[in-house]
Ligand binder design. Structure first.
Ligand code: MLT
Length: 208
């Protein structure tokens, strides 16, 4: 692999048909192993593509630079989103997989949201756990009914409710087939996220 090798990553081929491949995007301080079990719970047997973010914040991997918590370096967000999109294109060719559904948590959800803004064609859909508005601009393309699930935490200390609602509204206005659920929880993932994601993926991609 040439270009795809520019991200450290794990790839696990599909064990059974019926689910789209998943692009797994970890949170700050995570790595390519973090979301593999959750991917397996949400879509048993799906192909899993899981890169490690290339930005280091004090040794913690991330997918783009931030200036402070919740304050993003937008130039870096754009550059890194294109880099990740190019990786997805190269990995699809290398591994022979369809366009994936992104599943991102926190920083991983934010780079997935940036992909929807800038390179939506690389994703079949997206599940965004605890996502924020990634960029001040609007999506550059009509999202043309792309299925997107956002789950937020009502007591999330990092993401203001209005910010998550703005992201949902922006994606919906851009044409996404969007579902936004606010769960009675904080920033961390809970069982309800996984159950909702599994049900939503089954409904949205039942013919995959
Ligand atoms: C981010 O930096 O993407 C968000 O603040 C979430 C986080 O990773 O803490």
């Amino acid at each position: 692999m040439s270009e795809a090798a520019t991200f450290i990553h794990r790839f696990s081929p599909a064990g059974q048909a019926g689910h789209p491949p998943l692009l797994l995007l970890h949170g700050t301080g995570g790595n390519e192993n973090d979301l593999l079990p959750i991917g397996g719970m949400i879509a048993p047997g799906a192909a899993l593509l899981s890169p490690r973010g290339k930005v280091s914040e004090g040794g913690m991997p991330r997918f783009f630079r931030r200036l402070a918590e919740g304050v993003f370096d937008h130039e870096d967000v754009e550059r890194r989103a294109h880099e990740l999109a190019d990786f997805v294109v190269a990995a699809r060719a290398e591994y022979g997989i369809e366009a994936p559904v992104a599943i991102g948590f926190s920083n991983g959800a934010n780079i997935a949201a940036a992909l929807l803004y800038l390179r939506p064609e690389v994703l079949a859909g997206a599940i965004l756990f605890r996502a924020m508005v990634p960029l001040p601009s609007s999506p550059v393309q009509d999202l043309a009914g792309k299925p997107v699930l956002i789950t937020s935490g009502a007591a999330d200390p990092i993401i203001p409710a209005a910010n998550a609602a703005e992201l949902a509204g922006t994606l919906r206005t851009a044409g996404a087939n969007l579902r936004h659920e606010v769960l009675p929880t904080g920033h961390g993932l809970v069982r309800n996220d996984v159950d909702l994601a599994k049900e939503w993926l089954g409904d949205a991609f039942s013919n995959a």
